[in-house]
Design a protein around this ligand. Structure first.
Ligand code: ADP
Ligand code: ADP
Length: 229
């Protein structure tokens, strides 16, 4: 019944051992926060879940499909997984609305009018419908990150991966992004978030995973994590 399962996953960058036998099960609707020092493999682990990086040993199974070199397995899994990056990764030469509709039109073959309506609905949900015709460079970092979240949601993912979504933001913009993520969590989305925001972890996470040197060295509920002496 796990929607994401990692079984003894290993990953090397040349001779550098970035993931060491990482095993993890995530249930449908579960919110997992991944924390740990810089360079511990957090980003590598979540990037392996949608094949932005390829693992070399072990198994990754997402919603019943094992990730293999077969492009079909990658396509199947990418359909289910949305991702939000530290640096937004928006297309600078497209408007906010075009950023949201590009993949649904060209990858999913959706009609422009239909996806534009859906995109506007998500822009209202992340509270920036008035920015639809602007370009990313005209928006604050917090607004850009909310565009990135809305863009991922337009693909109707079952799972959302967040890689340090607030780390590139000015402090006053962190809350507006965490509020949107908290709302999404409340709606039952399965979420895996690499973040240093321990308030968010305490409030939203079902489980917290602590990584060091490419391994998961501890995991538990936020209560177990934060209230241990
Ligand atoms: P974290 O997200 O915990 O900061 P990363 O997963 O980004 O850690 O990186 C884990 C380790 O792997 C780091 O030592 C990093 O330098 C190394 N690494 C990450 N990506 C690459 C890459 N493309 N090539 C070589 N080494 C990499
Ligand atoms: P993040 O902040 O998401 O952990 P990093 O800043 O560590 O990402 O890395 C940014 C990019 O550089 C990633 O694509 C990562 O794979 C790559 N990278 C990280 N460390 C190394 C490295 N030692 N050698 C080569 N590429 C690396």
């Amino acid at each position: 019944n796990a929607i994401i399962e990692l079984r003894k996953v290993g990953k090397w960058y040349n001779s550098y051992h970035a993931l060491r036998d990482v095993s993890l099960k995530i249930g449908k609707g579960e919110k997992v926060v991944v924390c740990g020092p810089s360079g511990s493999g957090k980003s590598t682990m979540i990037r392996c879940i949608n094949r932005l990086e390829a693992h070399q040993t072990g198994h990754i199974i997402v919603d019943g499909t094992e990730l293999t070199d077969d492009v079909k397995s990658v396509e199947t899994i990418r359909r289910k997984v949305g991702m939000v990056f530290q640096n937004f990764n928006l297309f600078p030469h497209l408007t906010v609305l075009q950023n949201l509709t590009l993949a649904p039109i060209w990858v999913r073959g959706m009609a422009k009018s239909e996806i534009e309506e859906i995109a506007m609905m998500y822009l209202r949900r992340v509270r920036i419908p008035d920015q639809a015709q602007k370009f990313p460079g005209q928006l604050s970092g917090g607004q850009q990150q909310r565009v990135a979240i809305a863009r991922a949601l337009c693909m109707k993912p079952e799972i959302m991966l967040f890689d340090e979504p607030t780390s590139a933001l000015d402090p006053e913009m962190v809350k507006e992004v965490l509020d949107v993520m908290t709302e999404l969590a409340g709606e039952g989305m399965t979420m895996v978030c690499v973040t240093h925001e321990m308030g968010f972890a305490r409030q939203v996470a079902d489980s917290v995973v602590f990584m060091a040197e490419g391994s998961i060295i501890e995991s538990g509920t936020p209560a177990e994590f934060f209230e241990n002496p």
